[in-house]
Design a protein around this ligand. Structure first.
Ligand code: FES
Length: 140
């Protein structure tokens, strides 16, 4: 089985990433600017997917959602406030930026370790019909 080639999708994804890296287009090279959240509402699916007292990382949407109590949700933008890299690894409630090692509390956004010196951006989030909707309160 190990002789099988990787799935085409994985190959294409790897090639795209390699191409971006080769051109110096990593998320980290956005000239030091940072984004602060989605520009339109994002449907994250079932609100119950976030455990009470826990955090769920919606990696593709760059959103971290915590749920301090049954009916309370908090969302944070997962792009590092240093140079905009998306957080990669979440260990417990600590998010780690792969670019220069900043660490954040993924429930509050607080910086735990630099070089970032600003907390992760808060993103509005609400439950509509059992689904989490994060981002600005306007139509897509
Ligand atoms: Fe530099 Fe995150 S982009 S530490």
């Amino acid at each position: 089985m190990s002789d099988l080639p990787p799935a085409r999708r994985s190959v294409l994804r790897g090639a795209a990433l390699a191409g971006a890296a080769g051109l110096g287009l990593t998320a980290c090279s956005v000239g030091g600017g940072t984004s602060t959240g989605p520009d339109k509402p994002v449907d994250l699916g079932a609100a119950d997917a976030v455990p009470v007292g826990g955090v769920k990382y919606y990696r593709d949407e760059f959103l971290l959602v915590s749920r301090p109590s049954t009916d309370e949700y908090k969302a944070l933008w997962s792009r590092c406030t240093h140079q905009n890299c998306p957080l990669e690894k979440i260990e417990g409630k600590v998010g780690i930026c792969p670019c220069h090692g900043s660490r954040f509390d993924v429930t509050s956004g607080k910086v735990l370790h630099g070089p970032a010196d600003r907390p992760l951006s808060k993103v509005p989030v609400k439950v509509v019909g059992g689904k989490l909707i994060a981002g600005p309160d306007r139509k897509a």
